[in-house]
Write a protein that binds this ligand. Structure first.
Ligand code: NDP
Ligand code: AKG
Length: 477
């Protein structure tokens, strides 16, 4: 099996590889991927620093053409890359291909953004002086990504970083390096100059930590757990650099008495269980008013009974395996905790056997949960959700907002009055009406509030805020 190497200063480097294991079939090695050392990582940072002056002054058509070429290749190879994604992460093939198409759209969008970068010109308050506000690249951007969106999250960080003229040191999640390696290979062949994009696969404690400790990284964009996010924040304050954090969620999905039952059930089941519940935008808290509660529980259980949990690549699979053994243990620990806290396990929660050995978990649904239980307060990051019964809309809104997180928030209702009120008063960065809490567009801002996110928004034209710095210049005429 060939070794997928790191890419540092324009060279593919590395001698030993770690196996990337398929969670649908743990006997299958998806590929061998090199691990960068501290010295490799420092070399990548130095290469990005050296490449910055030329790249930040490169023509916008050069950058646009490279990003467009990458977008086209990702799209052309969507089935192959989608299958790689499903093999390494465990989401279904349809989800893997969908995410790959999304990555291609993101590169295409930011190819266009290269040509849309704007400044402003205003008169000074003093006579005969003009004032210009322009945006410049920040410098070397460190990109640290999680395992749950192996191609979309790297895409939505790498594409804007390069579009606005930054150079990049990119560390993907150790668990899923395959799609990251593929997009770096595509970008390199699309014509990126040496040192502009450096790939350092390997452990967070080694590669990631070396990035955090470096004074030569000017900005870090991170998605992952709250604990690692805090480390990114502390080290960034120490080095006076820009940082952007996308961490967990405990996203509520409110169902009101007047909701259309089918719409509510479909959105709730998608929010909680699709992509095996491994989305920071997943909803694991369904907050349901009492007039519809029993019908809703019954309909959700019926829908869960119909879902096929199996190999991610198999036709007909709705939900693939959990990503690895440690995430499976975390999910099972929370299922046991929910029972000990007094919630009722209304469906699922069993480990399943399939044709090949894998981390298969039946979706778990709790009823009779309260918002004070740990299963209602902590991010589980698996196919585990609970239903909290409430009296009316006012109580539902109060419970929805009673959480340390604030990423996404959803409501199922046919009432314009409640939908409008919820959109205004949900304490979240994203609000969905009659739609799942997860599954977002690629051309609009993504991010949250409270403990979920820090810094300016990712994605869409709002990404310019993080990946550029503003210069104000005064000229005597
Ligand atoms: N909001 C989201 O989208 C996500 C949230 N999570 C949450 O986080 C939990 C744990 O997931 P996990 O993948 O371990 O999340 P982590 O925060 O550990 O990992 C995210 C990224 O940070 C890296 N990292 C780890 N330690 C350091 C460090 N000291 N310095 C710099 N970078 C580091 C990881 O590397 P490595 O891969 O080598 O560990 C990975 O690339 C999940 O159960 C879930 O609750 C997880 C994934 C996504
Ligand atoms: O909901 C989505 O499509 C994106 C979710 C996401 O980025 C995440 O879970 O990390």
């Amino acid at each position: 099996m060939s070794l997928h190497k790191n890419y540092i200063a324009g060279e593919w480097v590395g001698s030993d590889g770690n196996p990337n294991i398929n969670p649908s079939n743990t006997n299958e090695v998806v590929g061998l991927y090199a691990s960068a050392s501290v010295v490799d990582t420092q070399g990548a940072i130095a290469a990005a620093k050296a490449a910055f002056p030329a790249w930040s002054r490169s023509g916008i058509l050069t950058r646009q053409a490279i990003l467009k070429k990458a977008a086209d290749e990702i799209f052309a190879r969507r089935e192959e890359l989608g299958a790689l994604l499903s093999r390494e992460e465990g989401k279904t093939l349809a989800e893997g291909i969908g995410e790959t198409i999304r990555a291609s759209q993101i590169f295409e969008f930011f190819a266009g953004e290269c040509l849309r970068l704007k400044g402003e010109s205003v008169p000074s308050v003093r006579p005969n002086i003009g004032v210009d506000m322009t945006r410049e690249a920040v410098g070397v951007v460190g990109i640290i990504t999680p395992w749950n969106f192996p191609i979309a999250i790297p895409a939505w960080k790498i594409a804007p970083a390069l579009a606005y003229g930054n150079t990049v040191v990119f560390k993907p999640a150790d668990l899923v390096p395959g799609c990251s390696w593929a997009i770096v290979d595509i970008l390199v062949r699309a014509g990126l100059p040496h040192g502009v994009l450096n790939l350092v696969m390997g452990k967070g404690s080694v590669v990631g930590q070396t990035m955090l400790d470096s004074p030569d990284i000017n900005a870090i964009t991170f998605t992952g757990s709250t604990n690692t996010g805090k480390r990114v924040a502390m080290s960034s304050i120490e080095h006076n650099r820009k940082y952007q954090l996308e961490m967990g969620g405990k996203n509520p999905f409110v169902v009101l008495d007047d909701a259309e039952l089918d719409v509510a059930v479909e959105a709730a089941v998608n929010s909680a269980f699709f992509s095996t519940g491994q989305r920071c935008t997943a909803s694991s808290r369904m907050i349901v008013t009492e007039g519809i509660h029993d019908r809703f529980v019954e309909a959700v259980v019926t829908r869960l009974n119909d879902l096929v949990i199996d190999d991610a690549l198999k036709a007909g699979t709705h939900i693939g395996p959990v990503v690895d053994a440690s995430q499976l243990k975390q999910d099972l620990d929370y299922i046991a905790l929910g029972q000990s806290e007094g919630a009722k396990l209304a469906f699922g929660g069993r480990v399943l056997s399939r044709e090949n050995p894998g981390f298969y978990l039946q979706p778990a649904l709790f009823t009779e949960a309260t918002n004070q239980m740990r299963i209602s307060r902590e991010e589980i990051f698996g196919p585990v959700a609970s239903i909290i019964r409430v009296k009316d809309y006012e109580e539902a809104l109060q419970v929805a907002n009673d959480t340390p997180f604030g990423l996404s928030s959803g409501i199922a209702t046919t009432s314009l009055k409640y939908a409008t009120h919820f959109k205004r008063n949900a304490e979240a960065g994203m609000v969905m009406v009659n739609l799942p809490t997860a599954g977002v567009d690629f051309h609009v801002p993504f991010g949250g509030r409270k403990g979920s996110s820090y810094g300016s928004r990712e994605q869409g034209s709002y990404a310019v805020e993080f990946f550029t710095t503003v210069k104000t210049s005064y000229t005597l005429s």
